[in-house]
Design a protein around this ligand. Structure first.
Ligand code: ASP
Length: 320
């Protein structure tokens, strides 16, 4: 018998559609569905909190990490987290960076609330439990299971506002699929360092670049108490030259800056040697993060800082 711990956190998967809009319910819609699970899987269900995912902060992510660490000692084979889809990828990546790989951890959600036609919550839930109970899921880091696909936490992202086929892994693709109720992995996740952090303190700002951007926002940031900055830069990793004076003010204050691309495919790289080009940004001391989105790079820096990294060590960690 396999043992899977379910942690409900809220989101559309736990909500109902009413005349005024999609709302939270008193009774979790998945609480009476256990008879649809395979006989060899036993589940324990906990509602750790009940929040729409735009309300979830690193503090709640840390709470989940602590509960899952406890589940390792309690003999569970796997954990399934149900979560709102808006920030699901961020919780998944935070846990991926902070949990050891001893047990399978799967995160899922739904794009349609429980009483909508074609609701996908129960289906994703059952497929996630089956994945969490599968021995092959154990050494893959945190997994996102939605719409019959298995994605690694690091690069998966929500790509569509309403479609059930919203979670994708640009550039690299999913690492597995579910065919009916069979789990099939087609790739292995590359090993990465895990930090067992116990706090999530720090103010890390995320800024998106655009044509014609100047130093305005960077000047404001340089005047504040900020612990780090992530920039979603243009193309392979370039910025308009008018941003540079403000960026230099931030770097002069020894505040780390890491850069990702605002493109949804490919990785940021220091290729262009013109004012604001990647080569010059790199020489200024900005780290180029390999393939992460801005929101995930932000969590990576938060985890790095709370693990005690700074200076060159933090810059190296940010590359990924
Ligand atoms: N707005 C919802 C949330 O993230 C969306 C969802 O769950 O699908 O909580």
């Amino acid at each position: 018998m396999k043992k899977v711990l379910i942690l409900h956190t809220g989101g559309t998967i736990s909500m109902v559609q009413q005349a005024a809009g999609v709302t939270v319910t008193d009774r979790h819609p998945l609480s009476e569905t256990l008879d649809v699970l395979p006989d060899d899987i036993e589940v324990k269900v906990e509602e750790i909190f009940n929040l729409p995912s735009p309300h979830i902060r690193p503090q709640e992510m840390l709470q989940l990490k602590r509960r899952i660490t406890g589940a390792q000692e309690e003999g569970f084979d796997g954990v399934v987290i149900t979560h709102g889809t808006d920030t699901l990828e961020e919780t998944a990546y935070f846990l991926d960076l902070t949990l050891s790989k001893k047990l399978a951890v799967v995160i899922t959600g739904a794009m349609r609330s429980s009483n909508e036609i074609g609701a996908d919550g129960l289906y994703n839930y059952v497929q996630s439990i089956i994945t969490a109970a599968d021995d092959e899921s154990k050494n893959q880091g945190v997994l996102v299971v939605m719409n019959d696909e298995i994605h690694a936490a690091r690069f998966v992202t929500k790509t569509h506002t309403t479609s059930v086929d919203t979670f994708r892994t640009p550039t690299f693709g999913p690492i597995g699929i579910l065919s009916k109720q069979k789990v099939i992995f087609i790739k292995e996740v590359v090993e990465h360092h895990v930090f067992d952090i116990n706090k999530v303190a720090g103010n890390i700002q995320l800024v998106k670049a655009y044509a014609g951007m100047d130093e305005f926002i960077f000047n404001l940031i340089a005047e504040q108490s900020v612990d780090g900055v992530i920039i979603e830069a243009l193309g392979a990793g370039n910025l308009p030259p008018q941003t540079l004076p403000g960026i230099k003010k931030i770097l002069d204050k020894k505040i780390p800056i890491a850069l990702v691309s605002r493109c949804s495919n490919g990785i940021a790289q220091d290729i262009y040697d013109y004012p604001g080009g990647g080569v010059q940004l790199s020489k200024l001391g900005i780290s180029f993060v390999r393939g992460l989105s801005g929101q995930k790079a932000r969590l990576r820096m938060l985890v790095g800082i709370n693990a005690g990294l700074s200076g060159q060590e933090l810059a190296k960690f940010m590359i990924g």
